[in-house]
Design a protein around this ligand. Structure first.
Ligand SMILES: [Fe+2]
Length: 385
């Protein structure tokens, strides 16, 4: 079967890259856009530079800042209404994964009508929507270069998963200037999310040569810079390396798929409204420890990428365990090694969470699909009780 690789139509990189939006807006005569974001991005002062860049390109903007950390069907409907009421001819996501997911959903629903649930799954949309620009403010979810998006169905307490070629942003902007003031906790959580993307992309059964190359560089860049950027938020070079690492990770998993960490993390997000990056960070080491039984050589290679010198003289099995140890230590250093109980996760919910994880599309490319009881055990490993 052919290997299919997807990426945003164009990517803008570097400090001040936002300024390069203007020629695109002018060339495509985009006059009014819907900015999709959340209140914290506005509070951090990140909307102003985006609006300035839009104005330089001749585009007005209408702001929808109601995106929740796990965006909901209601968020999407509100965004579509605002877009139609204001006759917008483009959408600009400003934020991390939540803003991007919501913007992609608005783009698909505005163009295709009906209910968002109609488009669950792969390539269900018939029409490509309006121009979609993803301005990333975290490093990050890689969502700016992915066709996938997740929306929470609040009534069902379930994440709806979509993967549609028409949801791929036309432009992805990674301007480090917007990331310099990101709080340490968000930097740590989104960075661990990016590391999870790179590792799950690398061990995914959907991987191929190109996704491997991207994942390997992503693993190295993120591992080498995450702790530094948490300690030194204004370290421009480290921020740039994290931005590149998360971007490569996004390109990798966007075409190879993810795995068990995400399949489990999505359920915690849907049930308890926990931040996606934090859920992945908590689960990553224990799931790696489980997955390494099914692709030990891959994990040994991850250890060699992370710390080649210490792998000299170790056999593959020892290296594979060492990879888990290094990731676990990194999580501890950046403050994401915490217990699920502290966030309200209850033992009596685990059976239901495990069932939902088995229905999650991300599990399809995991190195091995576990039994329900095994998933429950993995959840228990990150609980005190
Ligand atoms: Fe993720």
């Amino acid at each position: 079967m052919a290997e299919k690789f997807a990426a945003a139509g164009m990517s803008l990189f570097g400090y001040g890259a936002l300024a390069d939006l203007a020629p695109f807006l002018k060339r495509n005569t985009i006059k009014k856009v819907l900015i999709v974001t959340d209140a914290s991005i506005r509070k951090l002062g990140l909307l102003k530079p985006v609006q300035t860049a839009l104005m330089d390109g001749g585009a007005e903007s209408v702001v929808f800042d109601g995106v929740m950390s796990n965006p909901t069907l209601e968020n999407v409907s509100a965004g579509v209404k605002l877009m139609k009421d204001n006759e917008c001819d483009g959408i600009v996501a400003v934020g991390g994964g939540s803003a991007n997911d919501c913007a992609k959903a608005i783009c698909i629903l505005e163009a295709n009508g009906g209910e968002l649930r109609d488009y669950v799954g792969g390539n269900k949309a018939k029409e490509k929507g309006k121009y979609l620009i993803a301005v990333n403010t975290t490093a990050g979810t890689g969502s700016e270069v992915s066709r996938a998006f997740l929306i929470s169905d609040e009534k069902e307490k379930r994440k709806l998963i979509f993967k549609d070629d028409y949801a791929m942003p036309d432009i992805a902007v990674n301007d480090v200037q917007l990331m310099m003031n990101l709080p340490a906790s968000i930097t740590a959580q989104t960075g661990m999310d990016a590391l999870t993307h790179a590792i799950e992309g690398y061990i995914s059964t959907g991987r191929f040569a190109l996704t491997d190359l991207l994942a390997k560089d992503a693993i190295k860049l993120i591992y080498d810079n995450l702790e530094l950027v948490v300690q030194e938020p204004h370290n421009k070079i480290a921020r740039e390396k994290m931005s590149l690492g998360q971007y490569l990770a996004g390109l990798s998993f966007g075409s190879s798929g993810l795995g068990l960490v995400h399949a489990m993390a999505h359920q915690l997000g849907a049930e308890y409204h926990l931040a996606h990056g934090l859920c992945n960070a908590i689960l990553l080491p224990v799931v790696m420890d489980y997955d390494l039984n099914y692709c030990p050589e891959r994990f040994a290679e991850i250890a060699r990428i992370l710390d080649a010198d210490k792998c000299i003289g170790k056999n593959s099995e020892e290296c594979a365990f060492y990879a888990v140890e290094l990731v676990d230590k990194l999580s501890e250093k950046v403050g994401t090694k915490v217990w699920l109980d502290d966030f309200g996760v209850k033992e009596e919910d685990l059976s239901h969470l495990a069932e939902r994880a088995l229905e999650d599309g991300c599990i399809l490319t995991a190195p091995h699909i576990p039994e329900k009881e095994e998933i429950i055990k993995l959840f228990k490993k990150v609980m005190r009780s």
